[in-house]
Design a protein around this ligand. Structure first.
Ligand SMILES: Cc1cc2nc3c(=O)[nH]c(=O)nc-3n(C[C@H](O)[C@H](O)[C@H](O)COP(=O)(O)OP(=O)(O)OC[C@H]3O[C@@H](n4cnc5c(N)ncnc54)[C@H](O)[C@@H]3O)c2cc1C
Ligand code: SF4
Ligand code: SF4
Length: 1023
């Protein structure tokens, strides 16, 4: 197992080993129980045929949805052989699956799904001398590369989602990425494959001589039949292959017959390379031997600006003469959209005036001087006179023969990252629409020879215009692969028809220019039908014969590549699609289509399946802890949407059983089982609201659904207690120290676990008799007179700060006052966060109203609102706007700051007489990360003199009350272990964390002290 963090499964804190963690990630009826029993008796891995598991695997990153028969997580090749043999005998379809990030629908089928990413994900062996590695199919490419990096080697094909997609998927799709000009596709690196054939036979395909192939063809059995068919194809179909396969660096449509033919010219064949791009239809790969490439020493880039996308396209061929590693396009549509997006406006701002479209050109080099020289040569050829660092442009072509109007260069890593950020801005922007019209992928990766790009783009645009739609053109211009996703509403019959009509026209266009319908993402359901037109009847029949030789009963991913898939069938959103939330949403949903739009926003890309070390960021901690699809944002979003659109049969089945109308029966998504297995384990960290390319906000969706459930069935005692933690803390403080003795009495913790469900392992906060407010009043208020102050701030001493950790509040007051801020304390200590996170939206709204009413008069007269606890700050800044509309809430939101954000935003910390030393490890709060306000604390700590190592960490796993809850304790620990490991590896000597939950989680580690809040370190720096 090559997980990106130490495997928590060995710990007793892992949910599997904790009886209290009574969730099993399954739900609904088990389909075909007899089949389940049989499979369970022959595999060591897991077998899941319950309704939830089936629905989780009904989608991938494509526009399609097909419910599978069930899911098996094989533990070893023997499991795979057993399942395939069993299914082969009964003609039950089988579908191998990696990360499920395919865009054409090749990873959804009515089949038994074999998910390799849970147990068959090991890097078996690395041989640096021979530059080879043996890998299991479920290994994520980025994890493989992490193991190769110390050897200065890498698996060269670099699909954009390589940190979520697996080696088996790369073979299945013959994947490659932005540097295909340099490296080609996966087939170039597949040296041999251990496979399970359609009858369960286990064998290994690798390079053999053509003579040996013919010899083996004479034997008996499935292998011999395959060799015989391959030999026949070489003998009889060579001319047709030569005539019909496009001359392209990038073509993954159909089977990889041209690679077979090319190799045979040297007297060898390698059937492992034939599997590349076969989309799980020929054999199931159980281990791959790949060859490796050295990591380039350095890189240099140029960004060339053009007055139009057609000008840019005309320049691709001459640029290729310079032998770049990548040539990538960003067109005018995307640049305009990026300009209006807060995240990318600064990147667009660097573009020279007159830029309509850009080509990003990257060179690999042995050293910096060589990189600079290669860029200089390119610019002197393509932008003569304009090629200097920084933009030089007169808005006109630099020379008659060179259409580029200006250029920028990048040689250091940060600047290069900025260029790539611009290039990658497309996806999040295009995929954030919550309307019924979406940028659908079905012709998104057609390829043509680069010399035809200008005419191709013009004619492509005309096709789109003919069908009353538009798209942006971006990505891999160098090898002629442009990403193009037209805006279409497939929820209407006309939308599906338009889709097919566009695909038909585009296929004609591609054929006319000697291109391919898929240069990157494969055939799947979207493009299989067009292979006939692309390759002609004879090769179509050859594909089918090859398929039959490998898989006589067509059980392996049937319908794909050369089968009968119809691109307009099985669409996730079609004319029959209906959505019924079953309630009127309570929160403000300001996006198009409101709650429904958000529930349908996830497009299945699998971005939420990235690891901590490779993808980084916050999303999605629960998936990172356990590698379970249902624990990813995608899993939750899929389940929620399906439950609300009839995909989960629970409500209907219950209605049938009871004879009541379906709408009188508990809705599937409000059932106990759904909430426990699907939504309950979402810890509400908001990581997805920031890290997901579409900004799916699962925390908000969960708050809405939980609220609706409370309305319907009431809430538990524990939920009510946690929602009212402010009042309880006030009581605890007033009765301290007695209130602190009670939980320490023998047996008290166990009793608390048994009665209210608070985990016995957790230490409860100690209540303090003297609160921040008491201290503040006793000292006579602020020491900085209002009239002499530079700023005036109302400090909200949140529940934990006021009643349990007053030192933090005192530190905040001291630091603010030292920075010439006159401080008053807010009346309330409750921001409404605890009630909000437990789904008590009415109570939370009421608290929000009261707080806004108290704060707004001050804000209107120039006061700022400052909050110590990040989740409370974000509550005022962001969640209040979901609860209450109106200018008052907006005013308070716009003038509220986390305490470090406040110091940094107004550079108040520069007035402090701070002189610190020491190395700190900083773990930020996920809510502040989600609202992009997490960098402030690091900035002020560094200015105070500390060396700060900010962790790229996910949620700590405590998530408010989640980690206190007995059944969630082990999950909380499994998530926490990711952070603990990062802390252990960090350069800092002491951890600081602004979040109260994070400090509790870190403080509960064995032998650890509770970390300080950054404000305490600032106060200490002034001493
Ligand atoms: C945002 C985004 C960007 C992308 N960018 C790129 C890109 O730059 N380049 C690119 O090539 N693709 C890209 N893709 C498509 C996709 O991510 C890649 O093709 C990826 O390599 C697929 O890997 P996966 O593990 O998700 O495979 P899956 O989707 O799980 O499977 C892919 C195919 O391989 C088959 N397969 C999986 N495992 C096996 C096995 N063990 N044996 C036999 N067959 C198997 C499956 O049946 C399926 O047909 C992108 C997708 C997204 C969502
Ligand atoms: S939640 Fe976001 S990142 Fe995850 S699959 Fe959906 S769109 Fe992709
Ligand atoms: S809120 Fe956090 S735990 Fe929930 S789905 Fe989003 S990233 Fe995952």
């Amino acid at each position: 197992m090559t997980a990106s963090h130490s495997d928590p499964r060995t710990s007793t804190a892992y949910p599997d080993a904790d009886d209290r963690a009574d969730y099993d990630y399954q739900g609904g009826d088990v389909d075909r129980p007899g089949l389940v029993d049989d499979l369970e008796s022959i595999v060591v891995g897991e077998v899941r045929f319950d309704e939830y598991s089936r629905q989780l695997y009904a989608t991938d990153a494509s526009a399609y949805e097909v419910t599978p028969i069930g899911v098996v997580y094989p533990a070893a090749p023997d499991d795979v052989a057993a399942v395939v043999e069993y299914c082969g005998l009964r003609e039950i379809p089988v579908l191998p699956r990696g990360g499920g990030t395919s865009l054409a629908g090749q990873t959804v089928n009515e089949a038994v799904v074999l998910d390799f990413t849970r147990h068959m994900d090991a890097v078996v062996e690395v041989d640096p001398d021979d530059r080879r590695a043996r890998v299991q199919p479920g290994a994520v490419l980025a994890d493989l590369n992490a193991e190769l990096e110390p050897h200065d080697l890498k698996f060269a094909p670099d699909p954009a989602w390589g940190d979520k997609s697996a080696v088996g998927g790369a073979v299945g799709n013959n994947s490659t990425g932005a540097h295909s000009l340099q490296y080609g596709k996966t087939d170039a690196y597949v040296e041999s494959c251990e496979v399970v054939l359609a009858d369960g036979t286990v064998t290994t395909f690798g390079e053999v001589s053509v003579d040996e192939l013919r010899e083996r063809a004479g034997d008996d059995g499935i292998e011999a039949r395959i060799y015989a068919e391959v030999a026949r194809i070489l003998d009889e179909e060579s001319d047709e292959i030569e005539a019909r396969y496009p001359e392209l660096k990038r073509n993954v449509s159909g089977y990889n017959l041209n690679a077979l033919l090319e190799a045979s010219e040297d007297g060898t064949v390698n059937l492992a390379k034939l599997l590349a791009g076969s989309e799980g239809t020929l054999a199931v790969v159980t281990e791959v031997e790949v060859s490796l490439e050295p990591i380039p020493e350095t890189k240099s880039m140029a960004l060339l600006s053009y007055g139009s996308v057609v000008d840019a396209m005309a320049d691709v061929e001459p640029i290729l003469e310079h032998d770049p590693a990548a040539v990538e396009l960003v067109d005018d549509v995307l640049i305009d959209l990026a300009r209006e997006t807060a995240e990318f406006e600064d990147v667009v701002a660097m573009l020279p005036e007159g830029t309509d479209s850009v080509l990003l050109v990257e060179f690999y080099a042995e050293n910096d001087a060589e990189g600079r020289e290669r860029v200089a040569e390119l610019l002197s050829d393509r932008v003569p006179g304009n090629g200097v660092e920084g933009a030089v442009t007169d808005g006109a072509p630099a020379a008659e023969s060179t259409p580029a109007v200006a250029a920028l260069e990048a040689h250091d890593a940060d600047q290069r990252a900025l260029f790539w950020k611009l290039r990658k801005s497309g996806l999040p922007i295009l995929l954030s629409r919550t309307t019924d019209e979406k940028h659908v992928s079905f012709i998104e990766d057609c390829a043509v020879p680069p010399e035809h790009l200008p005419e191709y783009v013009e004619e492509f645009r005309a096709v789109l215009e003919d069908h009353d739609t538009f798209a942006s053109f971006y990505a891999h211009a160098g090898p002629g692969v442009l990403h193009i996703r037209p805006l279409i509403n497939t929820k209407s019959e006309m939308g599906a028809e338009t889709m097919e009509a566009i695909a038909d026209d585009v296929t004609d266009l591609v054929v006319e220019y000697g291109g391919s319908v898929s240069g990157e993402h494969g055939d799947g359901r979207a493009r299989t039908q067009w292979n006939r037109k692309l390759y002609g009847e004879a090769l179509w029949e050859t594909f089918r014969d090859l398929k039959s030789a490998f898989d006589p009963d067509w059980i392996l991913n049937p319908g794909t590549v050369c089968g009968d898939h119809d691109m307009t069938e099985n669409l996730r959103y079609d004319a029959e699609y209906e959505f019924d939330a079953g309630f009127d949403p309570d929160l403000n949903w300001n996006n198009d289509n409101g709650f429904q739009g958000m529930a349908e926003l996830c497009h299945g890309c699998g971005g939420c399946r990235g690891g901590q070390d490779t993808t980084g960021g916050v999303m999605c901690p629960t998936y990172r802890a356990e590698d379970e699809e249902i624990l990813s944002t995608r899993g939750r979003a899929n389940m929620l949407r399906q439950a609300m659109s009839g995909g989960l049969g629970a409500a209907n089945a219950a209605a049938e059983r009871t004879g009541r109308a379906a709408d009188e029966v508990e809705k599937a998504h409000l059932s106990e089982e759904f909430l426990d297995e699907v939504l309950d384990l979402c810890i509400g960290c908001k990581g997805c609201a920031k890290d997901c390319p579409s900004e799916v906000d699962m925390a908000k969706l969960k708050a809405e659904v939980t609220h609706q459930r409370h309305e319907r069935t009431g809430a538990s005692l524990r939920e009510k207690l946690f929602a009212n933690i402010d009042a309880l803390s006030a009581l605890g403080s007033a009765t301290a120290p007695v209130s602190n003795w009670l939980p320490k009495l023998p047996g008290a913790r166990l009793l608390m676990e048994k009665t209210v469900g608070i985990a016995r392992e957790r230490s409860l906060p100690t209540f303090r008799r003297e609160t921040v407010r008491d201290w503040f009043e006793d000292r006579g208020g602020s020491t900085v007179a209002e009239g002499e102050a530079d700023r005036r701030a109302i400090l909200l001493p949140d529940t934990y700060t006021n009643y349990s950790y007053p030192e933090r509040g005192k530190a905040a007051v001291r630091v603010l006052e030292a920075a010439d801020v006159h401080v008053e304390l807010a009346e309330s200590t409750d921001s409404g966060r605890p009630a909000h996170s437990k789904g008590f939206l009415d109570a939370s709204r009421e608290t929000a109203r009261e707080n806004v009413a108290e704060l707004v008069p001050a804000v209107e007269t120039g006061w700022d609102v400052v909050v110590v606890e990040p989740s409370d700050a974000v509550m005022l800044q962001s969640d209040y706007l979901d609860l209450n509309s109106g200018r008052d809430a907006e005013k308070v939101a716009g003038n509220t700051y986390g305490v470090c954000e406040y110091l940094d935003a107004f550079r108040l910390d520069e007035r402090l007489d701070a002189n610190a030393s020491g190395a700190l490890t900083y773990h930020g709060h996920c809510h502040q990360k989600a609202t992009k306000k997490d960098h402030h604390a690091v900035a002020v700590l560094r200015r105070a003199g500390y060396d700060v190592d900010p962790l790229d960490s996910t949620c700590c796993g405590m998530a408010g009350s989640f980690g206190y809850e007995a059944e969630h304790y082990s999950m909380s620990q499994a998530i926490g272990s990711i952070l603990f490991e990062q802390v252990a590896e960090s350069d800092g000597n002491e951890v600081v964390a602004p979040g109260a939950s994070c400090r509790t989680q870190l403080g509960d580690r064995q032998g650890a002290e509770s970390p300080a809040h950054p404000i305490e370190k600032l106060a200490a720096a002034m001493d």
